[in-house]
Ligand binder design. Structure first.
Ligand SMILES: NC(=O)c1ccc[n+]([C@@H]2O[C@H](COP(=O)([O-])OP(=O)(O)OC[C@H]3O[C@@H](n4cnc5c(N)ncnc54)[C@H](OP(=O)(O)O)[C@@H]3O)[C@@H](O)[C@H]2O)c1
Length: 441
C-alpha cells in the first residue's frame, strides 16, 4: 500500500522576513554563548518564529578588553542607552549579573516597551516584586528560566505545566559547585583540597562565598518557592547554611549510616504557610536525590495531582544557561500580545513558617568521654524533649568517643533545645554537629 501523504502548508519563506532585533546586556560567558547559539541555529529559529532573529547590540563594561576577532563590527557598546533607545530591538536578554545598575536599567527597558529575559537570580530574589509590577504596568514580559538551574526547565514546568496541581514541596540540589565538592568529599577528599580543585575546573568562582555559604541556593529557593506556591518569598526569608562548616568526618559517618550528604534547598507547603531553607542534609541512599552527583542539579516537585516529578541536568555553564535564555527569548517573541504567562503569578500571601515549628529527623555528632552511662544520659535529655533515637554509631579513640545519633522525626525546636542541654553536659567537648536528615518519602 502506498503510504498516505498529507499536503504541507505553504508558509512564506521565514528567512525572507525582516529579522527581529535582540539586545544583550552583557557579553561574557553567557551573553557570547547566546549570540553564538542564535547564529548557529538561525534557520531553525526562523522556522519556529516565522522570521530570523539577530543580535543587534551587546552591552559590555570594557570595550578595550580582547575578545577574539569573530565579533561583528558595531555589535559591542558600552552605552546602555544605545540598546534602550534602539527601536529595532524588541527583546533584551539581561546576562550581565549584579543588582545595580541592572535593576534600574531593567526598569528603563520596561518603560521603553521592551520585554526582558534574565539569568540573574540575585536580582530577582531581592527585587522581584518591583520588577514584575513594572513589567506588568508597561505590558511587557519578564522571563527568568536561566536564573534557576540553567538548562533544567523547572521554571517553565512550575509556571505552565503545573497550573492545575497544588504543589506541596520543592526540594533539590540547586548548586552544582557544592554538589561537586560533596561528591568528592564522600570519596574521601578534604574540604580545602576539593574547593581548590573545583576552582581549577572552573566550577567554583574565584570568590566561592555565595556557593559554599548557601546564598546562591537560597536565591534559587526563594524564586522556586514563589512560583510553586504563588506567594512572595525573597532571599531574606530563606535561612541558609552552607557546606563551609561541614567536616569530612560527618560525610564519612553519614556514609556508614547509609546516607549521602547533599546541600538541599527546600520549600514546603505546610498547614500554617510555607517553610523554606537551605542546609547540608543527610539523604537516604534510596532517595532519588542521593544519586545526583558531580556538578549536576536536580529538583524534585511534589503535588496532589502530579505525585512526584524530578528534573535533573546541568545547573550551570555558558551554553547550558544560554539555551535557557534563548528558550525564554523564543517564548516572548512567540507569545507577545497573547497574554501568555506574563506577570509573576503571585496571588497569595502565605505566612512564612520557622523551621523550628516543623518535624524533621536530625543527625547529631558529639565528642564525648568514653565511659559507661554516657549514652544513657544523652538519651534521657532527648527523651525529656520527646525526641527518640533511630540509630547510634560510636567510634572510640584514646579515652574519648565520637558518638553519632540519628533521631526519629521530631519537632526541630524541641530537638535543638535538647541538643543545647546536651552540649552543656560535662561529658561533652566542643559544639555538637547537627545536620538535617531527609525523610525517605
Ligand atoms: N556562567 C554561568 O554558568 C551562569 C549560570 C547561570 C546563571 N548565570 C548568570 O548569568 C549572568 C551572567 O553570567 P556570566 O557568567 O556570563 O558573567 P560574565 O562572564 O562575568 O559576563 C558579564 C558580562 O556583563 C558585562 N557587564 C557586567 N557589568 C556591567 C556593567 N555595569 N555595565 C556594562 N556591562 C557590564 C561584562 O562586561 P565586560 O565583558 O566588559 O567585563 C560581561 O560582558 C549572571 O547573572 C550569572 O549569575 C551564569
Amino acid at each position: 500500500m502506498t503510504p498516505k501523504r498529507y499536503p504541507t502548508a505553504r508558509l512564506p519563506n521565514p528567512m525572507a522576513a525582516d529579522p527581529i532585533g535582540i539586545g544583550l546586556l552583557g557579553y561574557g560567558t553567557v551573553g557570547s554563548a547566546v549570540d553564538r547559539l542564535l547564529s548557529a541555529r538561525r534557520d531553525d529559529v526562523a522556522r519556529v518564529l516565522g522570521a530570523p532573529v539577530e543580535v543587534r547590540r551587546a552591552l559590555v563594561r570594557d570595550l578595550g578588553r580582547p575578545r577574539g576577532d569573530a565579533i561583528r563590527d558595531g555589535l559591542l557598546t558600552d552605552d546602555f542607552a544605545a540598546i534602550r533607545d534602539d527601536a529595532s530591538i524588541a527583546v533584551v536578554a539581561e546576562v550581565m549579573g549584579g543588582v545595580e545598575p541592572t535593576r534600574g536599567w531593567m526598569l528603563e527597558l520596561f518603560a521603553a516597551g521592551k520585554s526582558v529575559v534574565t539569568a540573574n537570580k540575585q536580582l530577582l530574589a531581592r527585587h522581584g516584586a518591583e520588577l514584575f509590577a513594572a513589567a506588568e504596568e508597561h505590558g511587557v514580559q519578564l522571563r527568568f528560566e536561566a536564573s534557576v538551574c540553567a538548562a533544567i526547565p523547572v521554571v517553565k514546568v512550575l509556571r505552565e505545566s503545573m497550573v492545575a496541581s497544588e504543589v506541596t514541596a520543592v526540594l533539590g540540589i540547586v548548586n552544582g559547585t557544592t554538589n561537586y565538592m560533596l561528591s568528592a568529599m564522600a570519596a574521601g577528599a578534604d574540604y580545602a583540597a576539593v574547593l581548590a580543585e573545583a576552582q581549577r575546573l572552573g566550577y567554583a568562582e574565584a570568590d566561592p562565598t555565595e556557593d559554599v555559604t548557601g546564598a546562591d541556593a537560597a536565591a534559587k529557593i526563594a524564586i522556586l518557592a514563589s512560583i510553586a506556591f504563588h506567594t512572595r518569598v525573597t532571599i531574606a526569608d530563606v535561612p541558609h547554611e552552607g557546606i563551609d562548616r561541614l567536616d569530612s568526618l560527618d560525610v564519612a559517618f553519614a556514609d556508614d549510616l547509609g546516607y549521602s550528604v547533599k546541600l538541599i534547598g527546600q520549600a514546603r507547603r505546610v498547614e500554617q504557610g510555607v517553610v523554606v531553607g537551605v542546609a547540608p542534609t543527610l539523604v537516604p541512599r534510596a532517595h532519588g536525590l542521593s544519586a545526583v552527583n558531580g556538578s549536576f542539579n536536580a529538583v524534585m516537585l511534589r503535588g496532589d495531582a502530579i505525585r512526584e516529578v524530578t528534573l535533573v541536568g546541568p545547573g550551570a555553564g555558558g551554553d547550558e544557561t544560554a539555551s535557557a535564555v534563548i528558550g525564554d527569548l523564543m517564548g516572548v517573541l512567540g507569545t507577545s500580545g497573547t497574554g501568555f504567562p506574563r506577570g509573576d503569578g503571585l496571588f497569595r500571601d502565605l505566612p512564612l513558617v520557622a523551621a523550628d515549628d516543623v518535624v524533621s529527623a536530625l543527625y547529631l555528632r558529639l565528642d564525648v568521654r568514653d565511659e559507661p552511662g554516657v549514652l544513657a544520659r544523652i538519651a534521657s535529655v532527648l527523651a525529656d524533649e520527646r525526641v527518640s533515637i533511630d540509630s547510634v554509631v560510636q567510634r572510640a579513640e584514646g579515652g574519648r568517643a565520637q558518638l553519632v545519633i540519628v533521631t526519629h522525626p521530631a519537632s526541630e525546636g524541641a530537638a535543638r533545645r535538647a541538643i543545647a542541654t546536651i552540649a552543656g553536659l560535662d561529658i561533652c567537648e566542643g559544639d555538637p554537629v547537627v545536620l538535617r536528615v531527609l525523610a525517605d518519602g
